[in-house]
Write a protein that binds this ligand. Structure first.
Ligand SMILES: NC(=O)c1ccc[n+]([C@@H]2O[C@H](COP(=O)([O-])OP(=O)(O)OC[C@H]3O[C@@H](n4cnc5c(N)ncnc54)[C@H](OP(=O)(O)O)[C@@H]3O)[C@@H](O)[C@H]2O)c1
Length: 331
């Protein structure tokens, strides 16, 4: 394969959003490498997805130490993609990674200790062939480790120059307030919170979004398509090539009940009336709230990626559309 050269017009159409009260602008749609970039996946396919992403002005690629499978393989494969040309644009990229879930055996390969976070980031940098990441996250709160230790490790990582910014993921509103207070003592502000948020999972709405707005921290919404359920993919059953059908996918078939599909069908009809696919509408619905800096999608093909990016062509909703959607979600 030839060395990749980016589309020269990549910045003409994407409008970026400020991440909280920081200096960083993020694309409204970012690409996550949780699935589709592991050692079980096809290099030619995912390198095309990565190139098309950047060619469309999408600058943010999100990873974690254990994305794959196998653990670590998404970072290794992203490193290969960088070496094949994308890395020539390093200063135009926001690359994030995380530690907090199971990664290696024994007591130091999981959760939130300083020992784990420091070692894990060193391993991630090696796998990707990078000197630094743009954002390093604590992937989940650790009930057994003092928050001062976890946040202290994040702050020191920034001071060492191994990450430019820090983030937290899966922290509830109260845990977020505690984490932000400790980071402030270290004079290392939290850039971003990565939380699950979709039409079907709205846990961030009552408290977390308000805390983040008050504190000037951006929100990036993960699994905004509910791993593919909030698309037209499962309307006629479970396709063989879908995440729900694959043994390596995290989407449980048991979760795709007739009741869920009934709602998806109704949402699909509303989307078609708006002249959008359901995937586009599900993303636009999140982005209508300016507190959501970016939505973090996955894609198993270039076609899916392009479908999702078309969400940006129609982000507005009439109050009638919002009421109809609310009725379906609350039914
Ligand atoms: N911080 C955390 O704890 C955490 C947890 C989970 C995820 N994340 C991050 O969030 C990212 C996205 O998560 P996700 O992959 O669950 O996101 P998602 O966008 O909700 O789901 C992506 C999947 O939906 C299907 N899909 C996407 N676009 C489609 C379209 N236009 N039409 C039909 N199907 C479509 C594809 O599944 P098929 O393979 O079936 O085609 C794709 O792999 C991850 O990569 C990761 O970076 C973070």
């Amino acid at each position: 394969m030839e060395i990749y050269k980016a589309n020269e017009e990549r910045y003409l159409s994407c409008s970026y959003r400020r991440c909280g009260k920081s200096g960083i602008l993020l694309p409204p749609i970012s690409l996550g490498l949780w699935h589709n970039f592991g050692s079980v996946d096809v290099f030619e396919n995912y390198i095309q997805i990565a190139h098309t992403t950047f060619d469309q002005g999408i600058t943010h690629f999100d990873l974690a130490n254990n994305y794959g499978p196998a653990y670590g393989s998404a970072e290794e494969n992203f490193g290969r993609i960088l070496k094949k040309g994308l890395g020539n644009y390093r200063d135009e990229l926001i690359v994030s990674t995380k530690a907090g879930y199971d990664m290696w055996p024994g007591p130091y390969g999981n959760w939130g200790s300083r020992k784990y976070l420091m070692a894990s980031l060193d391993q991630s940098l090696k796998r990707m062939g990078l000197d630094y990441v743009d954002i390093f996250y604590s992937h989940r709160p650790d009930p057994e480790t003092p928050i001062e230790e976890t946040m202290g490790a994040l702050a020191d990582i920034v001071k060492q120059g191994k990450a430019l910014y820090v983030g937290i993921s899966n922290y509830n509103a109260a845990q977020t307030e505690q984490a932000l207070a400790v980071l402030k003592e270290h004079k290392v502000p939290c850039l971003i919170h990565q939380a699950r948020y979709s039409m079907f999972d709205r846990w961030v709405e009552p408290d977390l979004l308000n805390v983040l707005e008050k504190e000037g921290v951006g929100l990036i919404a993960f699994s905004p398509l509910e791993q593919g359920v909030l698309t037209d993919k499962y309307l006629q059953g479970i396709p063989a090539d879908s995440r729900a059908a694959k043994s390596t996918g995290h989407l449980q078939q048991a979760w795709i009940t007739p009741e869920v599909i009934e709602k998806v069908k109704k949402l699909n009809a509303i989307a078609l009336d708006r002249g959008q696919t359901l995937a586009e509408m599900a993303l636009a619905w999140l982005l209508k709230d300016r507190r959501v800096t970016s939505v973090l999608i996955g894609a198993s093909s270039v076609a899916q990626l392009m479908d999702n990016l078309h969400a940006l062509d129609h982000l507005d909703f009439t109050s009638d559309e919002l009421t109809l959607i609310e009725e379906v979600l609350k039914s």
